[in-house]
Design a protein around this ligand. Structure first.
Ligand code: NDP
Length: 443
């Protein structure tokens, strides 16, 4: 048995049945979203007329194949992905070290999100100014091909997960710090069950040369596609109705802010559970590349349908903005407080903390004294500000806050299990001092 890679003892997400349900269920959900918000398939708004939705589902294999393997959609997506990979390789950026791995090594990450985001914006703006009446065919292409692109990204994420799973068995070309050519596997993805390990991610940090697949997928193709999908909705509305409603503009603004905040502060991601603990398998590949862009853009896609266009007025816009920035303030300052504290930047403030057996400290003051994950609460409030601009016509556009609430509670439980194991008695002490999990005085 490998000392470097202990076998997985606990299977997450309810093991095999849970991972199978997620693998089949979530792609079905985003396909349904594409059917519902695709005006060319003649569903009236989000009236959730299930008969009408079912009537659009191709009834034979030939139609499915045409939808799943449309040449122009595959060409567009592969170009998008490849250009982003090349930029990630080429663009300069500062180099940061990740956390110490089990073989005592630390991976190096190139942080060039600012340049990448800047390039995309400059490209879009210059295209807009030289365009004929602000018409960008690439944005219209995205809007017109939501269903096919949803399927393309899903299949691509499936194939990428197969690729990294297979690669995880290939020995390294140069020995690691323990002197063997073993790859470092995820603590969760070494169960020996092919399907489960493929789903959860077998290798912790799959790389091709210095290109880190997990960090790239976390912040680039899916996040930036989400931004483009939202823009495509605004673009379509402008050319259909000759105006842009304040509700759609607001959703675009708030979500673009979130996307660019993530891309611009990418070093923060290096300490997130996804990078430090989770392997890269179907769950992250699909989550980053398909689920995120096609489910997080639901509000914009709803508002872009002509029958759902909605004007909110100044007061509602101001209230939603206030909610969003309150959430954003909590989210950002709590994450920053923890990261500054861990880097020793707040030592002069003498904040209350618990010294653990591993040498690191658990902060029990400030945001981290109010609840164990005040940052999650702030993130959830931001989610509300994306849903409220859609009004109260359908529960479907509130899908995000319901799903995200469940995700955050599940994430908190996973993190709690990890910390309990890692810190033992000191974690119990922390729980006594800070009893609330996410929302102070509520949960
Ligand atoms: P946290 O930022 O809460 O980090 C949890 C880790 O921090 C723990 O495992 C532990 O790690 C350390 N820690 C826990 N408590 C303390 C403390 N009191 N003092 C110091 N360190 C502590 O969780 P995530 O990584 O899950 O999330 C990061 C951000 O990403 C959040 O704001 C979240 O909302 C957001 N997010 C957004 C998602 C989206 O889809 N929009 C999805 C997931 C997350 P250690 O082992 O180092 O001690």
């Amino acid at each position: 048995m490998s000392i470097l890679n202990p076998p997985t003892v606990h299977r997450e997400f309810f093991g095999l049945p849970g991972s199978l349900a997620i693998t089949l269920g979530l792609p079905t959900v985003i396909t349904l979203f594409a059917l519902i918000t695709n005006e060319y398939y003649s569903v009236q708004g989000l009236s959730l007329d299930f008969n009408a939705i079912i009537a659009q589902i191709p009834s034979n294999t030939k139609e499915w194949i045409e939808l799943c393997f449309d040449f122009s959609c595959w060409a567009a997506y592969l170009t998008w992905f490849t250009v982003l990979v090349l930029l990630d390789y080429i663009l300069p950026g500062k180099k940061l070290k990740g956390i110490e791995l089990r073989d005592k090594s630390q991976l190096e990450y190139r942080i060039n999100g600012k340049l990448m985001a800047g390039l995309l914006i400059i490209l879009l703006l210059s295209r807009l100014f030289v365009s004929n009446s602000y018409y960008l065919p690439e944005l219209q292409f995205i809007y017109d091909n939501q269903l096919k692109l949803t399927l393309v990204t899903t299949i691509f994420s499936f194939l990428l997960a197969v690729f990294v799973y297979v690669c995880s068995f290939i020995p390294l070309t140069t020995p690691n710090k323990t002197g063997t050519k073993e790859r470092i596997l995820s603590i969760n993805g070494n169960s020996g069950n092919i399907f489960y390990d493929w789903f959860i991610g077998r290798e912790l940090n799959p790389r091709i040369g210095s290109w880190d697949i997990k960090l790239f997928c976390e912040l680039r193709p899916g996040m930036l596609l989400w931004f483009l999908i939202n823009l495509s909705c605004m673009h379509n509305q402008y050319h259909r109705l000759n105006k842009i409603t304040d509700s759609l503009l607001l959703v675009n603004f708030l979500q673009a802010f979130y996307v660019f905040d993530g891309v611009l502060n990418e070093e923060g991601v290096l300490s997130m559970m996804d990078i430090t603990t989770d392997g890269f398998g179907f769950m992250l590949s699909f989550g980053d590349l398909a689920w995120l862009p096609w489910s997080y853009s639901l509000q914009a896609r709803y508002l872009a349908l002509p029958e759902n266009s909605l004007e909110l007025g100044y007061i509602k816009v101001a209230l939603i903005l206030a909610l969003s920035f309150t959430g954003y303030y909590i989210f950002h300052s709590s994450n920053k407080q923890k990261s500054d504290f861990r880097m020793g930047k707040l030592d002069h403030l003498n904040l209350k903390s618990i010294k653990t057996k591993t040498g690191s400290k658990l902060l029990c003051d400030g945001w981290w004294g109010m609840s164990q994950h005040t940052n999650y609460f702030g993130d959830w409030l931001i989610g509300w500000s994306w849903c409220l601009p859609t009004g109260f016509q359908t529960l479907l556009t509130y899908f995000y806050v319901i799903y995200f609430g469940v995700l955050l509670v599940h994430r908190q439980m996973r993190d709690e299990a990890k910390c309990r194991l890692k810190y033992g008695k000191q974690w119990e002490e922390y729980e006594e001092l800070v009893p609330y999990k996410i929302v102070p005085y509520v949960y």
